[in-house]
Ligand binder design. Structure first.
Ligand SMILES: [Zn+2]
Ligand SMILES: [Zn+2]
Length: 245
């Protein structure tokens, strides 16, 4: 395709975060890009080692290798979990516009960003299918789309596995988790999810996808439901992780 480089030259791609132009490098056909400029990428706090190998929580120290954190040692989780970056800066703005501003096209760059950062984890997890964290149908009607499903769609394509939508469901309405402390968040969503047809997921390696990890209570409640459906294992990914310090 000779047309693509010409189009890029005439209409250089814009950064999804700051709307600045992104200089085009090379004329080769490249895989889909997140289109976030170097400046904005520099303002995103990507999560890096040392992390907990199970829950993905970053350790306060800058040195050392990945290991299992104290919480996971005392209560080993059924699932492993990773996030691409800390919720903040341009990433937080992007997610806000994506989730609350109807900007559904931002699902692709956010998912590609997560894929690029978490490729090793995702490939090692070798999922059979992607399952997005579902919204309650009332919330889905309000928003018009499930942001986790839009991210999951892109990740599924990258990993060449199908996304299973509508099987993991919200069984009841839960209040927004914002403003609740960690304990209340767990209580709020406990038992809120269920699997409609366990046969579809039984024995499968599931990649559970959400936009933001805050305390892990929503993911945890989803994992409980998936475990009950006898999935083989769950790897959970989120684009961002809210870090409480
Ligand atoms: Zn930018
Ligand atoms: Zn851990």
């Amino acid at each position: 395709m000779l047309l693509r480089p010409l189009i890029d030259l005439l209409f250089p791609p814009l950064c999804h975060a700051c709307k600045g132009t992104i200089p085009v490098t090379g004329t080769e056909e490249t895989p889909p890009q997140p289109f976030i400029c170097t400046d904005c990428l520099g303002k995103i706090a990507f999560l890096a080692s040392p992390l907990c190998t199970l829950c993905g929580a970053p350790f306060a120290t800058e040195n050392g290798s990945d290991h299992i954190c104290g919480t996971c040692l005392s209560h080993p989780p059924f699932h492993t979990s990773r996030s691409a970056a800390v919720l903040g800066g341009p990433l937080q703005e992007l997610i806000h516009r994506f989730k609350y501003g109807g900007k559904t096209h931002l699902g692709e760059p956010l998912a590609l960003l997560a894929f690029q950062r978490l490729e090793d984890f995702l490939c090692e997890a070798a999922p059979d299918c992607v399952v997005p964290v579902p919204l309650h149908r009332k919330r889905l009607r309000q928003r018009g789309y499930n942001q986790s499903q839009l991210i999951g769609e892109v990740l599924g394509k990258k990993l060449r596995v199908p996304q299973v939508v509508g099987n993991l469901r919200r069984l009841r309405w839960t209040e927004p988790q914002t403003g609740l402390d960690a304990g209340d968040r767990v209580t709020n969503v406990k038992g809120a999810f269920g699997v409609r047809d366990p046969k579809v997921l039984a024995g499968k390696r599931v990649l559970l996808v959400d936009d933001v990890f805050t305390t892990g209570s929503t993911l945890g409640a989803c994992v409980d439901a998936l475990r009950e459906a006898e999935v083989a294992r769950v790897a959970a990914v989120t684009v961002a992780r809210g870090i409480q310090r």
